[in-house]
Design a protein around this ligand. Structure first.
Ligand SMILES: [Zn+2]
Length: 249
């Protein structure tokens, strides 16, 4: 064994010396040396290039269909509070905390919604939504759907509970879907800073109250936009695949 080890040591030593000699007497011109160096580097294992694109979106929590009892389509629902506009997000957190203080536990059903998801709801009929892609406040991170939960069961039909939750939301300055007649939607709360749906879809940003203290709101919103776009791309692909598989079936 010792002989074999010695042989290999000697072989490796001679190999290293040879390599150094070759380098010292390189058979190429000095101006070609950097090309050779580049060639050698290209054979080395490359370190992963650090990504500058935010990947926060892929970590957002989602819920699959029927999690809260109702049929809510093939595509997952994003229910992460981080997917909401920062100002509205704070309001939703307050809503959850204030309801909890009253003994009502709220589950977040859906926050941000993509065009593809909105169109899926639209295709599921009038009891799901009145709005097509681009027309829902969810698509601007300015709406949330919640449901009270008792013993792990979503309480969709408890009017008494809904009224209590709606009152808390309205006291926080939110618009409550429990007031709507054409599509009674008691789990829905939204805030638009005084903007109409058309203004939102034209790209207007909601006016933030002066009391709202967020120093890096612009940066936060820019990152949020990036995440929303990533989700749009993700669910648009998933929508195309669903359509394709339906056609082929
Ligand atoms: Zn909603």
């Amino acid at each position: 064994m010792a002989r074999i080890a010695l042989f290999f040591n000697l072989w490796f030593l001679s190999f290293t010396i040879q390599a150094q000699l070759i380098q010292a007497n390189a058979p190429y011109l000095p101006e070609q040396q950097h090309l050779m160096a580049e060639l050698l580097v290209s054979f080395e294992v490359q370190a992963p290039i650090p990504s500058t694109v935010t990947e926060a979106w892929s970590a957002w929590s989602t819920v699959p269909n029927f999690t809260f009892g109702k049929d809510r389509g093939h595509m997952v629902m994003i229910n992460d509070l981080d997917a909401l506009h920062p100002y509205f997000r704070e309001k939703v957190k307050q809503l959850i905390v204030l309801c909890r203080a009253k003994g009502i536990e709220l589950a977040v059903v859906e926050t941000y919604r993509t065009h593809a998801k909105q169109n899926e709801y639209k295709s599921m009929g009038k009891k799901y939504t009145r709005s097509g892609g681009g027309k829902s406040k969810h698509q601007y991170g300015l709406a949330v759907d919640v449901v009270p939960v008792v013993d792990s069961v979503a309480q969709w039909h408890d009017t008494r509970l809904w009224k209590k939750i709606g009152t808390v939301g309205e006291q926080l300055g939110l618009r409550w879907g429990g007031r709507w007649r054409s599509l009674y939607d008691p789990g829905h709360f939204e805030w638009t800073g005084g903007l109409s749906g058309n203004q939102l879809s034209s790209g207007y940003a909601p006016h933030l109250p002066k009391t709202f203290n967020s120093q890096c709101i612009e940066e936060e919103l820019a990152q949020l936009e990036e995440s929303w776009q990533a989700w749009e791309a993700e669910q648009a692909t998933s929508a195309r695949q669903t359509t394709a598989s339906v056609k082929s079936n």
